[in-house]
Design a protein around this ligand. Structure first.
Ligand SMILES: NC(=O)C1=CN([C@@H]2O[C@H](COP(=O)(O)OP(=O)(O)OC[C@H]3O[C@@H](n4cnc5c(N)ncnc54)[C@H](OP(=O)(O)O)[C@@H]3O)[C@@H](O)[C@H]2O)C=CC1
Ligand SMILES: Nc1nc(=O)c2c([nH]1)NC[C@@H]1CN(c3ccc(C(=O)N[C@@H](CCC(=O)O)C(=O)O)cc3)C=[N+]21
Ligand SMILES: [Mg+2]
Length: 287
């Protein structure tokens, strides 16, 4: 048996076509959706991601602005920059690329982003609303994974979803979204003893660990759906996921590749959230 490879690039493109239509509709009404991306320092990986985000915005006719700040910027100056963006009419979404330098308190920074412009879905207000199932911006990576499952015809209700990782930006919200769709959810993490005994129970396994090729055939059961969120570099400096693709290929029913799986979906959902922010701004203007 060979596993079905879930093509995130293709599914992302399909969704982006719909988002591009909404951009054109907004433009016809005199509003161009705008995303501001703040990049502190010059971490090469962050630079690549940020460039991808900007390119994707331009491709669908959105406005994007990159704000590059020096590594040694003070927390105060960064917060001031965010407050300025909160007040700008041409900016509907604000993203602060993480991680930030150690001298800056990430929680403080995220809290300063206006909830109306929090297209990453990271602020306490957004997270609280998500937990309560209220209308809000969903964090792009978990939201993108839900779209991948939906577009691949994978039923979530009643399935056992096991998540490896519990970070605030991926693992934790991922479990919430799956729970909302009636999965039974298990969280595992670095303190979980005998990890394979849990992951082997997964109908849907989400790997969000940050370790190259960490999940192998020993961790999974036959027919499982494997979603690989990891973006890592292997010994040869090649981009690779948290899952040893070749090892689980043939055992899993479905698997996402890296690259071309979850990554492009994260950007797609960022675009969608930003367009939604612009649509909401238009509604407020009409009131
Ligand atoms: N495709 C995309 O769009 C995105 C990809 N990523 C990628 O996803 C991966 C995860 O990112 P992120 O969540 O931010 O990473 P973090 O480092 O914040 O979290 C990693 C999680 O994995 C857990 N973990 C670490 N080692 C083990 C282990 N040996 N066994 C079980 N659990 C373990 C940690 O547990 P504990 O909590 O106990 O420390 C933690 O909860 C990275 O490769 C990142 O680059 C991230 C964002 C978007
Ligand atoms: N505030 C904030 N929001 C984020 O969403 C955020 C962040 N900070 N910090 C870093 C992580 C990582 N992340 C990725 C997004 C897209 C790809 C992506 O497009 N990947 C492509 C190709 C990547 C490549 O070629 O290097 C793929 O997997 O096919 C990867 C990783 C968003 N993150
Ligand atoms: Mg920090």
């Amino acid at each position: 048996m060979s596993s079905i490879i879930i093509n995130g690039k293709e599914i992302g493109q399909e969704i982006r076509t719909g988002v591009a239509t909404r951009v054109q509709e907004l433009k016809a009404k005199g509003i161009t959706p705008g995303l501001a991306v703040i990049l502190v320092g010059d971490n090469p990986a962050s630079k690549t991601y940020v460039a991808n985000k900007q390119k994707s915005c331009e491709q669908i006719g959105m406005f994007s602005e990159l704000i590059k700040l020096p590594e040694d910027i003070s927390e105060q100056a960064l917060l001031e920059q965010i407050r300025e963006l909160n007040n700008r009419k041409d900016i509907h979404g604000i993203l602060v690329q993480l991680p930030l330098p150690k001298h800056i308190d990430e929680d403080k920074v995220i809290q300063t982003i206006s909830p109306e412009k929090d297209v990453d879905g990271f602020s306490p207000i957004s997270v609280g609303k998500m937990m309560l199932g209220q209308d809000t911006y969903l964090p792009c990576t978990p939201y993108g994974v839900m779209k991948l499952l939906e577009h691949s015809g994978i039923e979530v209700a009643g399935k056992h979803a096991v998540i490896v990782g519990r970070s605030h930006i991926v693992g934790k919200p991922m479990g919430q979204l799956l729970l909302q769709k009636d999965a039974t959810v298990t969280y595992t993490h670095s303190k979980t003893p005998d990890l394979p005994s849990f992951t082997k129970q997964a109908d849907i396994l989400i790997a969000a660990v940050g370790r190259a090729n960490f999940i192998t055939s020993e961790h999974i059961k036959e027919g499982a759906v494997i979603i690989d969120v990891g973006i890592n570099r292997d010994e040869e400096n090649h981009l690779c996921g948290d899952v040893n693709f070749d090892d689980v290929q043939g055992i899993a029913s479905h698997i996402t590749p890296v690259p071309g799986g979850v990554g492009p979906m994260t950007i797609t959902m960022l675009l969608e959230n930003t367009v939604q922010a612009a649509e909401k701004e238009l509604e407020r203007q009409a009131e």
